[in-house]
Design a protein around this ligand. Structure first.
Ligand code: SAH
Ligand code: SF4
Length: 412
């Protein structure tokens, strides 16, 4: 399967089904569930009602067993069980850091592994979700970049991470089920419940992979996550991070509408070409112009520029000033997240000193742009992108070099 669009250098395998001959309903739209039920023999009216009920049980109540769907006739439940499943990724490893960060290594039905991280804070709980197994790109500071892209994750595998996190955090609503008779609107993005008292309040597409190279599945998954009759997270609490796939950015804004984060990491062509090689295809000017045009970005919903602090590479005062100049030149409603580099075995960089990071941050703040320094989380459990998975499969140096060369050639 070619990933959609002329922009994509690497082919991937197809997403296999979980549950043998039975169809996994997770990741299907409400309409697709309805169509399945019609295909299996229900009349149109019955299928519509059942689809609505099943949807509510899956995404509002977190149920994985049709027998628990008490508003569906007892005789109908075995009929559903024979044909469908409500799947979850398999948990290969689950770790809890001493700072409360949790990390899971998950496996898909075909055994492919990907990661998910939950980061609790005082006022929020953020789930970091993966979009691909591996990554086509090869940012040099990123451990996922040392892996081959194996395949895209399907919408069900992406939304499945959110469902699994809710399971693990034990926060599905218990009490009475809300009425399923209200709005039919699948595009309802406002969300019906507030995050008060919930642990999982925010989602960032910042796990393994480049979400804009898996646009359709990421969009499908996030639409489900935002659906008001289910998980009901507001688009304001979801952030999609891209390394700069310029041709897909406008569509992301128009069709998904979540917050945008851009992995900028450098302000000159020379350095960005080195650390984010996609820059050789879509340069800084093009990228910032696409940011300026991003639908929905304004002062209340700013674009986040991620900037990993690499010692003597991108961390000088001149770099900070150039970053400010660029943000002003393109009139970007922007904030900057300074991320201390999280080292991994064999990484070609070191993290900037705390004093350097502080000075860099101050220069940006002085120009009136917010530039908080991110506190590293879960270091004791290797919570940085791609680290748990690569601890499970250790390639040799020669293998790593070969992968980097292949990716570079594919980028053209
Ligand atoms: N592919 C997307 C999203 C996943 S990476 C992207 O690149 O934006 C999520 C963020 O983690 C990116 O900003 C990435 O640059 C950062 N990151 C990756 N490896 C890191 C490391 N070792 N230390 C600090 N940040 C890292
Ligand atoms: Fe891929 Fe993002 Fe890692 Fe770059 S930083 S290699 S785009 S996951």
């Amino acid at each position: 399967m070619q990933i959609p669009g002329h922009i994509d250098p690497v082919t991937t395998g197809t997403v296999p089904l979980r549950g043998g001959n039975r169809i996994d309903l997770v990741g299907l739209t409400r309409d697709a569930i309805r169509a399945e039920l019609v295909e299996a023999g229900l009349d149109a009216k019955g299928a519509k009602l059942r689809a609505k009920q099943i949807w509510h049980w899956i995404y509002h109540r977190g149920v994985t067993d049709f027998e628990a769907m008490t508003d569906i006739a007892k005789t109908m439940r075995p009929w559903l069980t024979d044909r469908y499943i409500i799947g979850r990724p398999t948990v290969r490893e689950a770790q809890v850091s001493n700072d409360g960060t949790r990390k899971w290594l998950l496996a898909a039905a075909d055994g492919q592994e990907y990661e998910m991280v939950f980061i609790p804070d005082a006022d929020r709980g953020t789930l970091c979700v993966s979009s691909q197994v591996g990554c086509t790109l090869n940012c040099r500071f990123c451990h996922t970049g040392t892996m081959r892209l194996v395949r895209n994750l399907g919408a069900g595998e992406i939304v499945g991470q959110v469902l699994l996190a809710r399971d693990a955090l034990g926060e599905w609503p218990k009490g009475n089920m809300a009425s399923t008779a209200d709005s039919d609107d699948e595009d309802d993005e406002t969300g019906h419940y507030t995050p008060d008292g919930r642990m999982l309040t925010n989602i960032v597409m910042m796990g393994m992979g480049e979400p804009l190279y898996n646009f359709d599945e990421v969009k499908g998954a996030l639409k489900i996550v935002m659906d008001g009759d289910g998980l009901a997270l507001s688009k304001r609490r979801i952030t999609l991070s891209t390394s700069g796939v310029v041709p897909m950015m406008a569509r992301a804004g128009e069709e998904i509408g979540v917050n945008l984060a851009v992995s900028l990491h450098a302000v000159s062509k020379e350095i960005r070409d080195e650390i984010v090689p996609l820059n050789r295809k879509y340069g800084i000017e093009e990228l910032l112009a696409a940011c300026a045009a991003y639908p929905g970005a304004n002062n209340a919903r700013r674009i986040t520029f991620e900037y990993v602090m690499l010692k003597d590479k991108n961390d000088s005062d001149a770099d900070a000033r150039e970053l400010v100049r660029l943000i002003k030149q393109y009139k970007l409603p922007a904030k900057v997240n300074l991320i201390p580099f999280n080292p991994w075995p064999g990484a070609p960089y070191e993290c900037s000193s705390p004093e350097r990071v502080r000075a860099f941050s101050n220069l940006i703040f002085e120009a009136g742009i917010s530039a908080p320094i991110r506190t590293p989380r879960g270091r004791d459990i290797m919570a940085a992108c791609g680290q748990l998975k690569s601890a499970a499969t250790k390639p040799t140096r020669a293998e790593l070099d070969r992968i980097a060369e292949e990716k570079q050639a594919a980028l053209g």
